[in-house]
Design a protein around this ligand. Sequence first.
Ligand code: NI
Length: 168
Amino acid sequence: MAIRRIVTQGDERLGKRCRPVTDFNKRLHQLLDDMKDTLEEAQGAGLAAPQVGVLRRAVVIADGDGGMLELVNPEILEQSGEQTGPEGCLSVPGRWGMVTRPSFVRIRAQDRYGNWFEMEGEELMARCFCHETEHLDGRLYVEHIDRFLTEEEVEEYYETEEVRKEGR
Ligand code: NI
């Protein structure tokens, strides 16, 4: 296991469409393990292979419970609803923008051994599914925004969000 370097906006690899994973071998397992270490170290929500310079369709996502999901060749099957909130990306460090995404997303993906499974996500997980699969098509969330948020705006959003959740 190792921490890999995260490439940032401007690196041409972030703009490339990634190829499907076809070999579910040790090399893939090493990549996924390294991506999990790298995501943990960076304390991000998700990381796609092109962000560590590998143009293959593989993603890891923090599950919010201290674990991580591995999605190989993920595809969005269904999406519905709408949510708008601040979104960031480890390849666009220290910046945030308001992005509208579906509030419910169903995907299918393969695990590290090639077995297909389906999964549903809401709220943050739905957002991650969209953000990470876009990375695999060479896209960054910044294409959805008019401008970056200021630090104050991000803080203000989360304070309001806290109040809303406590009030439930
Ligand atoms: Ni990202």
